[in-house]
Design a protein around this ligand. Sequence first.
Ligand SMILES: [Zn+2]
Length: 368
Amino acid sequence: MRKIILLFAVGLLALASVLVFRTLQNGPAASSAPVRVPVEMIQVDAAQTAAHLSQAIRFKTISTQDRSQFDPAVFTAFQQWMAVSYPDFYAAVTTQTVLGSTQLNTWTGSNPALDPVVFLAHQDVVPADSSKNSGWEKPPFAGVIEDGFIWGRGAIDDKGSLIALLEAANVLAASGYQPERSILFAFGHDEEVGGSGAQSVAALLKSQNIHPWAVIDEGGAITTNMPDVAAPVARIGVAEKGYLTLILTARAKGGHSSTPPKITALGELSRAIAAVEAHPFEQKLDKVTRAMLRVTASADEIGFFKRLVVSNLWLFGGVVEAQMKQSNSGAAMLGTTIAPTIVHAGTKENALPREAQAYINFRLASRD
Ligand SMILES: [Zn+2]
């Protein structure tokens, strides 16, 4: 009996040593921790930056699914405003227009031997319902500044990034700064509906034999409600999920609603949507998510216990997965998501639709 207890204690001690060793290996002081490069911060005028973002939100640079509704005049007006608001930036760069409304700005570096870095931001936003019952607490295109927030469509996605880039670059340009490595600023006009502008920029760079050293895109927002972390967290995305929209179509005979068949087109479509939702994809941690968690856990602000858990996913992976599944954003990191987003059917309340359509948007994990 004593032998068994002793063996158990030794086993427990060994396990604890492995857990702690792996945790320390992933800590801020460990050699395997990410390299920290001190950055010299530049000063921007916060009030002016907020005012600029507020003004930017007022331009209704909307991308709609129906391409015929695209309004190039709004984008032209927006770009004229950008030129007036950031004169030093636009004096320092060469500006090219791609596909009419996408802008590629090149800030030529002093060392032509270096490949350029590319910063991306998009000018367009998705539509917003301005009616009373839309759920917007402030009008979506007014750019209201209140309670320490800037309100409106695109405040985060992605005019926030666009204005941050322009503001910083304008301050640098005004100070006479010239980058060593060329910097390209690509501002797309249709990111929300497929990004043909960005694709054309990529094709243009390829045709000119330009191979970016790094491409930095919008990324996620800064979150302040991370469990166990007191400081705000800006996650750096290193991978992006795939994108797929499938359209389901149900057809029926139509006719008068007073003499319906057993199953109508809408009934059949609803069953199909429910069936797709009832078969979710597998949710599990993969290589990329594990790497992201490990890097996040190496930050100073992360407590020891959390680091212990994340540094030992071989043991606690199941617990972490269960916790991530508790929130929609956590679950989305574990696999392909399924989201029915649009339904089209019927035009009259007493007529049976001959066709019903549903759009289902998938965000694909790489393993699917
Ligand atoms: Zn975006």
